[in-house]
Design a protein around this ligand. Structure first.
Ligand code: IMO
Ligand code: MG
Length: 419
């Protein structure tokens, strides 16, 4: 069987939670393969709303196994809070979640280091969610990290102490004032809680499941935040593209089936970094208001702008997207004119490629569409969609070379058209 992958193709916040929740009904296994509690995947159904951070968005489907893969970084404290919240809503988390022993642990001092790094960068800061993501992946790559499976070792406390001391030294070198012990007791309590879950050898588990079952892999963040292909250094610290699913779950590239790429009908970005189509006027303000573009994790207002097809085609290329999913087109219902960026002007020259230097003056060149000026939220069939809207999506499919298979017209599970 195959591993289908769902990915965000922009700067995160594309609506991955909703789509994984919708698709999860068809998959007995749902797996997260990278990122950590910097993610905020929102689910809305039966009048209830949830924001998932580390837990895969299949958690509310009765028969699905939810895997936290080895490519994920897990914060036991946040994870416990998240689990208790979901358990209170009636989903039995300990039966539905398994966790890779090789996933790395976020320590409280990783979060302090995140804050210290950002403070040291001043104006040039990344705009991190401050969940300890960068420092934890740094420790992984520099071979200092602690992993979920380590919590079972007799000397776990000693190993924790050694890593904490290393962090304390770094924090004091950076003259960052903090109390590294403040959350220690809570951390060890949360580690005990973690031990109640089934801890797995993810690579064996996944490959065994693949013999009989199809699996849905759920990406976090988005392609333009990828550590290699995003607007470096204003990126996250993991591989958000499709290839990350193989590394983060221990499955071969040949197991990949569909690659679902999710994008919003406009663009948003939280945190710093290049954003060629960003709008600083009332149109941007209107998008933020209608789309309710405020961070699910940090509450920060998101920067908003027109859809950037140059960046989107780049993301489609890197991940080999086979099926596109368009979110929030209903948010454009009241715009008389809708713009999409179809090329960039860099140093006076027009190009349809994302340049190496994403900090260069990039002037977006737009193609304009007449708005449909109709309420899309009630549409449930393709035939009900206005002609202007159909022209608009046909243009995008042609530009991107990939069909748009799902159109989402509202946050609820049901507000979805399958094509
Ligand atoms: P989901 O999965 C949007 C952004 C941060 C910052 C940069 C680095 O909900 O789409 P980090 O905390 O990773 O060190 O932050 O990446 N960022 C996100 N933006 N959605 C996310 O996740 C994000 N995760 C990280 O704002 O600019
Ligand atoms: Mg988010």
């Amino acid at each position: 069987m195959k591993l289908d992958v769902v990915l965000g193709l922009q700067w995160g916040d594309e609506g991955k939670g909703k789509i994984v929740d919708v698709l999860a009904g068809n998959y007995p296994v749902v797996a997260r393969f990278q990122g950590g509690p910097n993610a905020g995947h929102s689910l809305h159904f039966e009048g209830k709303s949830f924001v998932l951070r580390s837990i895969p968005s299949g958690i509310f489907r009765k028969d699905a196994v939810n895997v936290i893969g080895n490519g994920v970084v897990l914060d036991p404290i946040t994870f416990r809070k998240e689990c208790e919240n979901i358990e209170a809503a009636g989903a039995p988390v300990k039966e539905r979640i398994v966790i890779a022993k090789k996933a790395h642990l976020i320590l409280p001092t990783h979060r302090l280091l995140d804050a210290a790094n950002e403070a040291a960068m001043g104006k040039g800061k990344i705009g991190s969610t401050l969940k300890g993501i960068g420092p934890t992946y740094t420790d992984k790559v520099s071979r200092n990290g602690l992993r979920v499976g380590d919590v079972l070792a007799d000397d776990f406390k000693a190993r924790y102490g050694k890593l904490k001391e290393r962090h304390v030294k770094m924090l004091s070198q950076m003259q960052f004032e903090c109390n590294p012990e403040a959350e220690e007791a809570e951390f060890f309590d949360a580690v005990e809680y973690l031990k109640q879950f089934r801890l797995i050898d993810c690579e064996y588990f996944m490959n065994t499941q693949l013999k009989e079952k199809s699996i849905l892999a759920e990406g976090a963040q988005g392609s333009m935040l990828d550590i290699d292909y995003g607007s470096y250094p204003f990126v996250t610290s993991s591989s958000t593209a499709c290839a990350g699913a193989c590394i983060g779950l221990g499955v071969p590239p040949s197991s990949i089936g569909h690659v679902y790429g999710i994008f919003k009908a406009y663009c948003t970005r939280v945190g710093s970094g290049p954003f060629p189509t960003e709008l600083f006027d009332e149109t941007g303000e209107k998008l933020r208001k209608i789309g309710n573009e405020f961070g699910a994790v940090t509450g920060r207002p998101r920067r908003c702008g027109w859809l950037d097809l140059v960046a989107l085609r780049y993301a489609v290329m890197i991940s080999g997207v086979t099926d596109l999913i368009m979110m929030k087109s209903d948010c454009l219902d009241s715009f008389g004119t809708i713009k999409v960026c179809t090329s960039y002007k860099v140093g006076g020259k027009e190009t349809d490629m994302v340049p190496f230097d994403t900090f260069a003056e990039i002037e977006p060149v737009y193609t304009e569409f007449k708005g449909w000026n109709a309420d899309l939220t009630g549409c449930r069939k393709e035939e009900e969609l206005p002609e202007e809207f159909r022209n608009y999506i046909a243009f995008m499919e042609n530009y991107l070379g990939v069909p748009i298979r799902i159109i989402s017209l509202g946050p609820d599970r049901d507000a979805t058209i399958m094509r």
